[in-house]
Structures are given as structure tokens and as C-alpha cells.
Write a protein that binds this ligand. Structure first.
Ligand code: FE
Length: 198
């Protein structure tokens, strides 16, 4: 991936609209700050849905740290917000994450690199995980299911910026790009989900 300059990752910021403080830069691992994805506007689009693919395993454990001993891949602090279409944070949304390891391999027997968390009162979620590898036919990606209370289940996938393989991947969509910044031990990554709620 291309290196982001410090200036790039600090651009952005909160906007106050009708008394609601809209989401701003989020501080992730190692103090890296990343602006929202997408920039929050009133009534913006719901996060696009994508197939769950063949490797989803239900009933993954509730845990934020997926970096178990021996897991292959660059460390990633992945986090962001769950928002409504009018940019309000959604508390208590379940964010269920599963993905391949740095070699592009899934654990289809157990729960390695699988887990879920719930958003806090400010709508924030966070995982400690690794960067998935490419695997045959697919560029590196995360799989996610987001269950915001009262909304339809959102199943989608997230992609890394500046990947040559994105253009060749049949499922890639630029609306599903995370933002990344280098940290001392890997990457900070941000994606904000927009649930189909007002
Ligand atoms: Fe996959």
C-alpha cells in the first residue's frame, strides 16, 4: 500500500449540524487518527451489501482481539463507527468479523480470525487483528456482518486502498474501501458502516 502522509491522515473533522455532533477523526492504535468513511453528510447512502461468501461460521466468540499466537499477517487495528443515514451513532450494534490470515487461509474448523464486538454508546467498534492475504480469485478483504438494533442485517466486505488486485476483483467496490495509516507495529484501519436507519 502507498504510504499516507501525516497530513492525509489528519484531514477531516467533526461538523455540528442541528445540534448533533457528527463523527470526527477517530483515534486508533498508536495514536493514528483517521477521518470518517464516507465523510458524514445528512441522509447519506447505506453501506453497500455484498455476499457473505462460502466461509462464514456462525456463533463466533465475542472478542475484540483476534491476534492469537501464531497468526500470520501484519497487525491491523481495525475500527470505526456504526451510523444511521443521518449520521447518528448506533450503540449496541453487533459487528461480526471474519477473514483469511496473511497467507490467504481461512480457519473453517475453528474460530481463528473470527469474532464479534458490540458498539459502545458513541457507536464505536474496534478489533485487533491482521491484514488478510490475497487468495485465488480474490484480493485481500474483510468480511463483516453488522446488526444494528432495528435494522436489517448488513452483510458486506471491506477492501484495502492502493491494492493493484482491487481492479481485478469481481466484487470490489470503492465505497467499501477502508482508510489506513501506518503505525509502529502495522496498520490502523477505519471503516464506518451506515445502517438503514434514520
Ligand atoms: Fe473471503
Amino acid at each position: 500500500m502507498a504510504r499516507h502522509s501525516r497530513r492525509d491522515i489528519l484531514i477531516g473533522g467533526g461538523v455540528v449540524l442541528a445540534g448533533i455532533v457528527l463523527p470526527s477523526n477517530l483515534t486508533l492504535a498508536q495514536g493514528a487518527e483517521l477521518p470518517p468513511t464516507p465523510e458524514c453528510r445528512d441522509a447519506h447512502d447505506v453501506t453497500p451489501r455484498q455476499t457473505e461468501g462460502p466461509f462464514y461460521t456462525p456463533k463466533a466468540p465475542e472478542r475484540a482481539n483476534l491476534r492469537e499466537q501464531g497468526i500470520k499477517g501484519i497487525s491491523v487495528a481495525l475500527g470505526g463507527l456504526v451510523l444511521t443515514r443521518s449520521c447518528k451513532p448506533v450503540a449496541n450494534a453487533v459487528v461480526d468479523l471474519w477473514h483469511a490470515d496473511g497467507d490467504g487461509a481461512y480457519d473453517n474448523k475453528g474460530f481463528r480470525l473470527r469474532g464479534f464486538v458490540r458498539t459502545d454508546a458513541q457507536g464505536r467498534y474496534a478489533f485487533q487483528t491482521v491484514q488478510p492475504g490475497n487468495y485465488p480469485g480474490r484480493v485481500r478483504h474483510y468480511h463483516v456482518k453488522v446488526q444494528a438494533p432495528g435494522a436489517r442485517l448488513l452483510t458486506t466486505q471491506l477492501y484495502f486502498p492502493d491494492e493493484p488486485g482491487n481492479a481485478r476483483d469481481f466484487l470490489f467496490r470503492k465505497e467499501l474501501l477502508i482508510r489506513t495509516a501506518k503505525t509502529a507495529d502495522g496498520l490502523a484501519a477505519r471503516f464506518d458502516f451506515v445502517a438503514d436507519l434514520r
